[in-house]
Design a protein. Structure first.
Length: 223
């Protein structure tokens, strides 16, 4: 199901997932972006991994000097420019997050939010190494996932996506404890706080993990 977000959940379908989100989920989405904004300076170049249709990029533009979006879906990237009003400070690449088309130490802040470490279906160690490679000395890498406290709200959101035909029928026999399974093969897992701590230990990172809004957990890596 590596191509699910490139095919079924790309472009306007992905946007619809966010448009139909219930109020508590929209609060979570705002809080997640607000936390990222607090880490930025107006002089920063910012890279978002898995930028989709540009939802986060648009909100980060006023807080940075430039934003770069990486996504595997060309359909999503096509609509980003219009979504950010053709902003000349927004640059886009179709690429895999494990192999970024950027030079070593070229970016101030790397952002990968909303459970990207699970959703991308790539080796998280390689993903972190690649993100750190392109980050300037003294820069930051920000990765987020879901808090355990947000499970009920996440399920409610996926039910709405199922009803809208955006994802397949949820298999309730296989859905629990941070795993959402659909009968069409779609599988959403969760990168936990322990998973983040294990990565920090394995890679000997200068990093911390915090909870935001009782909905996100953030791993903040100082390069």
């Amino acid at each position: 199901m590596n191509d699910y977000y490139s095919e079924r959940l790309s472009s306007n379908n992905l946007k619809k997932c966010y448009d139909i989100a219930p109020p508590r989920v929209k609060q979570y989405l705002r809080a997640e972006v607000e936390y990222v904004r607090e880490q930025l300076q107006k002089t920063d170049s910012v890279l978002e991994l898995g930028c989709g249709y540009g939802r986060v990029l648009k909100q980060l533009l006023p807080y940075s000097s430039s934003v770069i979006g990486i996504d595997t879906s060309i359909e999503s990237l096509i609509i980003v420019k219009d979504y950010v009003d053709q902003n000349y400070r927004c640059y886009l690449f179709q690429a895999n997050a494990e192999s970024l088309p950027l030079q070593d130490g070229s970016i101030d802040k790397v952002v990968c939010i909303q459970n990207g470490l699970s959703a991308f279906k790539v080796d998280p160690i390689e993903l972190l190494k690649e993100s750190i490679r392109i980050t300037k000395k003294g820069g930051l890498c920000l990765f987020s996932s879901y808090s355990d406290k947000f499970w009920k709200h996440r399920i409610d959101w996926f039910k709405l996506q199922e009803e809208a035909g955006l994802i397949g029928e949820i298999d309730w026999n296989r859905t629990s404890d941070g795993v959402i399974s659909c009968r069409d093969g779609f599988l959403a897992t969760t990168f936990t706080q322990n998973d983040f701590q294990n990565l920090i230990s394995q890679l000997e990172l200068n990093a911390s993990v915090i909870e935001v809004d009782e909905s996100s957990i953030f791993c903040k890596i100082l390069v």
